[in-house]
Design a protein around this ligand. Structure first.
Ligand SMILES: [Zn+2]
Length: 437
């Protein structure tokens, strides 16, 4: 077996793992104190690395927010000299300062190792041909998977995002066996296969998909698996915690093992910041344990998930988190109801008659805020006949109403009618002139 089944670490018993984490946490606090941000924050609380005696002591440490990262942009979190840093990744920063994360050699090696281990857990092997269909550059999915797949020993194709015909050509030319892409893009890629009269099973060697960077439901995953005829594995990461390689589904596909030798994960109530009981959904809070250039302590990810109870048959002891059910800032309030886009997607994906794309539009009509859901009908089902469409429309409307206690307007549109952005899918368009009602 390859070195990317890191058995000793991946199957370590829970009490040894807790001791290991406590030791790494102490080290991390010691390292973080060298940055101006944590140096000041810990001094203010009278805390030092030696105060971390066990894992439970983590709650003495302050939480860190995206706002903290922005306010101390660019070097306030740097814990090594500037010339020891060899790479940065940063967010697009459409509002205010971007957030930037720095890595030294150790950090990049550690990250690549985590991605290699993740890919291996999902079934990728040295010798696979790995086509990375996502944006390279500042976005971490590009270089993150690139170095991880190289580290695993795969032949790696840095294909980049978009241009489906070229993607298909690359798949055919080099015998691609594994693809990484965002879920919304895969529906488009499949469409391109149809248009070219190509057949995935006949014309390619594809055997495995890795999907991530975009929240999606189990229904969306099943659809992707049905379209491509291979299994799709869920990847979770965020740039503040490197990027991909934070948590990953193993071959059992029953939640994502979060690599607890590299991170401490807590799940808290986003209002009170108190831990929620196991199995309850809350905000994921994460601490890096193996980063030198820029350790981050108790980072509020704004991602909502829960720890899954029980052991995984694969033998890995690292706890599993559920797929991300949304972000605390994705939630919108309309007519007094709190709604997460994933609640709507879950309902939509259960209808075989509809395609993979939908758009929730919030707008103010005659001074009242309304919600409209535009849904693409599946090309296999669409005939243009009115009566079945009207029945389908009404059934979707009723099911959404039962879930969110609010009756939306549902509009069915032809296959391909919704806008297809190059990057991540846009699921909610908020055009309201009266805020948050
Ligand atoms: Zn497992």
């Amino acid at each position: 077996m390859s070195i990317y089944w890191q058995k000793e670490m991946e199957t370590m018993n829970r009490s040894d793992l807790a001791r290991y984490q406590a030791e790494k946490l102490r080290e991390t606090v010691r390292q973080a104190t060298k940055s101006s941000f944590y140096g000041a924050a810990l001094k203010q609380r009278g805390l030092a690395a030696e105060d971390i005696r066990s894992l439970a002591d983590i709650d003495k440490l302050p939480m860190t927010t995206k706002e903290d990262l922005r306010q101390h942009f660019p070097y306030g979190f740097l814990s090594v000299p500037r010339d020891a840093v060899i790479r940065l990744h940063c967010s697009s920063g459409t509002t205010g300062n971007p957030t930037v994360i720095f890595h030294n050699r150790h950090d990049l090696d550690s990250w690549a190792n985590l991605v290699a281990r993740s890919l291996f857990s999902a079934g990728a092997r040295p010798g696979d041909v790995f086509q990375n269909i996502c944006g390279y550059g500042l976005f971490t999915g590009g270089l993150g998977f690139q170095y991880g797949a190289e580290c695993l020993g795969a032949l790696t194709i840095p294909a980049g995002a978009g241009n489906s015909r070229r993607q298909i050509q690359l798949m055919k030319n080099f015998g691609t066996t594994v693809i990484h892409a965002i879920p919304s893009y895969l529906a488009r890629l499949h469409e391109a296969f149809r248009e070219m009269g190509a057949d995935i099973a006949r014309d390619t060697k594809l055997r495995l998909l890795v999907i991530g960077a975009e929240p999606h439901t189990e229904g969306q995953r099943r659809r992707i698996q049905d379209l491509f005829g291979v299994k799709a594995f869920n990847s979770y990461g965020l740039s503040e915690m490197n990027g991909p390689g934070v948590a990953f589904e193993c071959e059992c596909q029953n939640g994502l093992h979060l690599w607890e030798d590299a991170f401490i994960a807590e799940i808290v109530d986003p209002e009170t910041l108190e831990p929620v009981p196991e199995g309850v959904v809350g905000e994921l809070v994460m601490t890096t344990l193996d980063r030198q250039a820029m350790p981050i302590i108790r980072y509020r990810t704004r991602d909502l998930t829960r720890f899954l109870p029980g052991d995984c048959p694969c033998g890995r002891s690292h706890r599993r988190i559920d797929r991300i059910t949304g972000r605390t800032d994705d939630m919108f309030i309309i007519k007094g109801c709190n709604v997460f886009p994933m609640q709507i997607e879950k309902i939509l994906m259960a209808f075989p008659e509809i395609g993979s794309d939908y758009l929730i539009v919030l707008e103010t009509v005659n001074g009242v805020n309304e919600m409209r859901i535009k849904v693409e009908v599946s090309p296999n089902w669409f005939t243009g006949e009115m009566e079945p469409l009207e029945n389908l429309r009404r059934r979707i409307q009723e099911e959404v109403r039962d879930e969110i206690l609010l009756t939306p307007e549902v509009r069915l549109v032809e296959p391909g009618a919704l806008p297809k952005p190059e990057g991540k899918a846009v699921r909610v368009q908020d055009l309201r002139t009266r805020e948050g009602e």
